[in-house]
Ligand binder design. Structure first.
Ligand code: ASP
Ligand code: MG
Length: 600
């Protein structure tokens, strides 16, 4: 008999009537022959209310007592839900997190799940019960109640689905499903029927609100199909699974973070260990970095910039200050009122011209791109926050995301299978790593990938105005050259540098195209390097786990390897280094991340 997990969020259980509706869905699934586990959140705004109450009592509530308090929200719902199922004539039993046997670490208010004992769940299910489980909570090894962080019920649901090998985990919510972008920004945003774990992870991590990236990580690790569905009608919602839609859309969605902050370290030495130091400082404060950009160094001096969420800004500045002090060189700068717009899509791996079209669209809207960073299936641009909404609208329109088959970039061409190889992680090894995890939420790094077939091209001192990146990448795409990593750091005195990598075999052609696209006078210079290698670690949820970058850059620094460029995504952390150090880097990263994994 197959097991289905159904999760109902706060708005879907806000009133008695809504609880009854949810109960009807659970009963229907049970009557269709499934074993059913229902996971519920606290009703409506309950959690916020409880947090408010605590704040009225004290400014500094003890985290342990916070967890005791907040867990009552979900406990209320499980009892009511169970009663509602009884009233429909079915057997049901409510269980709190500790009663289920969800064991977490001791990090009150942001605990991570270690293990889940399924014996109790199975015996109740086999006795014909619908099990109603409290989301968002567990118990540490000393028996204290813990909670998993805001929005944690999704995590509970996917984790239970994983350990029970459920055939499906349904997430009932107050939206129709996953959309190409936020429909409040773009009214004709389209609901997508299917999306891959990787696309959803990137979108969630880059600002899309539908689901917490942590639960998608779980789903991917344990290959749990997720369906995000509306609770207010019978819509089919969106399936989140291993494969993207077929054919894979070039662009699946546009994500926006309206309130990003930039931290830059200027004038830092260009030598091994610098990136490691920065990532270590940030990881110590659990600050996830995004849009990490390191400029190609000029006369031994590098500039490193990254963006952080607002909540982490003060901490990030302190950490950056410490780093500069330890280096004995450099200054810390920052930028505010910035927004990050990103496009995500599996199909961009096999299409050229996507970046060109993105930058052209942003330029046509009169918007300047301040920073650029790319991953296998995403491109992010930092712009001024005032232009954020206009940018999202223009990008959505330009890629025709409101239509079922979105447009392939007019400039581009399809490269059958070309770049897809690069991203193909070893599935078998990933399974092994997951099965060997000591704790369910431990980081999964399953591959070290070395690419020695790229060359770097940098254009220095470009005038920083709308359309620069667009013009450049349009011509290169037209020439049929597939660009891989693109990096642009913030401008200084109105000048900016753009760096990208291309297949080494295309370098000469690319240089010609660049010379045709850019006026190489007035201080604008072109340089390139054929002797580079791209090393990456691949896994699941790498950016959100702050420790991965730290470990990776530490391993490289210890081996005296200098980092030329950096790229981060949920699937990969990438560093461009000197080619003659590629072997050493591969060894170091393998030792750091993979040696524990028995390779059969
Ligand atoms: N009730 C918790 C919250 O509001 C957990 C959840 O809803 O997922 O954050
Ligand atoms: Mg909630």
């Amino acid at each position: 008999m197959s097991i289905i997990v159904q999760k109902f969020g706060g708005t879907s259980v806000a009133s008695a009537e809504k609880i009854r509706n949810a109960a009807r869905r659970a009963v229907a699934a049970h009557q269709n022959g499934h074993q059913v586990v229902v996971v519920v959140s606290a009703r409506g705004k309950k959690t916020d209310e409880l947090i408010g109450l605590a704040a009225e009592i004290t400014e500094r509530p003890s985290p342990r007592e916070m967890d005791v308090l907040l867990s009552t929200g979900e406990q209320e719902t499980i009892a009511l839900m169970s009663m509602a199922i009884h009233a429909l004539g079915e057997k049901a039993i409510s269980l709190t997190g500790p009663q289920i046997g969800i064991v977490t670490d001791e990090a009150s208010t942001k605990a991570r799940i270690r293990q889940i004992d399924t014996s109790r769940l199975h015996s109740y299910l086999e006795a014909g019960n619908i099990v109603v489980a409290a989301g968002f909570q567990g118990m540490d090894q000393h028996g204290n109640i813990t909670t998993l962080g805001r929005g944690g019920s999704d995590t509970t649901a996917t984790a239970l689905a994983a350990v029970l090998s459920a055939s499906l985990c349904e997430i009932y919510t107050d939206v129709e499903g996953v959309f190409t972008t936020d429909p409040r920004i773009v009214p004709d945003a389209r609901q997508v029927p299917k999306i891959s774990y990787d696309e959803m992870l990137e979108l969630a991590s880059l600002g899309a609100g539908v689901m917490h990236s942590r639960s998608i990580e779980f789903a991917k690790k344990y290959r749990v199909p997720l369906r995000v569905r509306p609770s207010f009608n019978d819509g089919a919602g969106t399936l989140i699974a291993m494969e993207p839609e077929d054919p894979a859309p070039v662009v699946t969605g546009v994500a926006l973070v309206k309130d990003e902050l930039r931290v830059s370290l200027r004038g830092v030495p260009d030598r091994p260990g610098v990136m490691s130091l920065i990532f270590t400082k940030m990881a110590a404060r659990k600050i996830p970095l995004d849009l990490v950009v390191q400029d190609i160094a000029d006369s031994g001096i590098a500039e490193i910039s990254f963006t952080v969420p607002r909540a982490d800004f003060a901490d990030a500045l302190t950490a950056a200050g410490e780093a500069v002090e330890e280096l004995g060189e450099g200054t810390v700068h920052h930028g505010t009122q910035l927004a990050k717009v990103s496009i995500v899509g599996s199909g961009m791996q096999t299409h050229s011209g996507v970046a060109a079209q993105l930058f052209q669209t942003i330029a046509d809207a009169g918007i300047n791109v301040l920073m650029i960073s790319t991953g296998d299936i995403k491109i992010s641009a930092l712009i001024e926050a005032d232009h954020a909404i206009d940018a999202v609208k223009a990008i959505h329109k330009s890629f025709a995301l409101d239509q079922v088959k979105n447009i392939t970039p007019p400039l581009g061409s399809t490269l059958p299978g070309a770049a897809t190889e690069a991203i193909q992680v070893d599935e078998k090894r990933e399974r092994q790593v997951v099965l060997q995890l000591a704790n369910m939420e431990d980081i999964v790094v399953s591959d070290v990938i070395v690419d020695t077939n790229q060359a770097r091209v940098t254009i220095l001192n470009l005038a920083d105005e709308p359309g620069i990146a667009a013009g450049l990448f349009t011509l290169v795409a037209r020439g049929g050259v597939m660009i891989d990593m693109i990096v642009q750091n913030v401008s200084q005195q109105g000048r900016t540098n753009i760096t990208f990598t291309v297949p080494r075999g295309d370098l000469q052609k690319c240089l010609e195209l660049v010379r045709g696209a850019i006026d190489l006078s007035d201080g604008v210079t072109l340089n390139w390097d054929e002797e580079i290698a791209k090393v990456s670690v691949a896994g699941i949820g790498l950016r959100s786990h702050t420790g991965v970058g730290q470990k990776m850059f530490h391993a490289l620094a210890e081996n005296d390897i200098n980092i030329l460029l950096v790229g981060t995504s949920e699937m990969r952390m990438t560093a461009v280094i000197r080619r003659d150090q590629a072997e050493k880097a591969e060894k170091a990263l393998t030792a750091m991340f993979l040696n524990a994994v028995a390779t059969t």
